[in-house]
Design a protein. Structure first.
Length: 153
């Protein structure tokens, strides 16, 4: 098996984020946790993922501090997986992926799941990126300030 490249020390926040999340299964586990899944079997049924892969992803998400395992509240032998504050902070990422998918991955009129405001039953407003002064920001309005890495020698 080929070892996965690690980005623990990378100066890019995107690389470190991908490193923490790991892969697409992990994002789908986080999505399901936001949707209310807590138990191993719930994640397994929803995703159709092999048990060994699910167990590995849950361990990795716990290690990354995205999920925390807890004893079942009913005193049963199973564990529950709960989003931590770090995991809950992924909500805008999940919403952004969902909104991008709604716009770019379905044909007009094709049915898909929808994320609704629990209070009103209405779809959420499209996420927008804004500058500190409130102005809407597009990709061409930004620049990445790169960190210059020191070389060994």
């Amino acid at each position: 098996m080929v070892a996965r490249t690690r980005f623990d020390a990378d100066p890019c926040p995107v690389a470190r984020s991908v490193n923490a999340i790991g892969d697409w299964w992990s994002l789908l586990i986080v999505r399901d946790a936001f949707d209310g899944s807590r138990r191993f079997g719930e994640f397994q049924r929803s995703l159709g993922i092999a048990k060994n892969i699910l167990a590995a992803r849950l361990r990795a998400l716990e290690k990354a501090g995205v999920l925390r395992g807890a004893p079942a509240p009913d005193g049963g032998s199973h564990r529950e997986y709960l989003l931590t504050d770090k995991g809950r902070a992924l909500f805008p990422v999940i919403v952004a992926l969902r909104q991008w998918g709604e716009e770019r991955c379905f044909t007009p009129g094709e049915n898909h799941s929808r994320l609704l405001d629990r209070r009103t039953g209405s779809p959420l407003r499209r996420l927008q990126i804004r500058a500190a002064d409130g102005q809407l920001v597009e990709p061409e309005d930004t620049v990445v300030e790169k960190v210059v890495r020191e070389t060994d020698g």
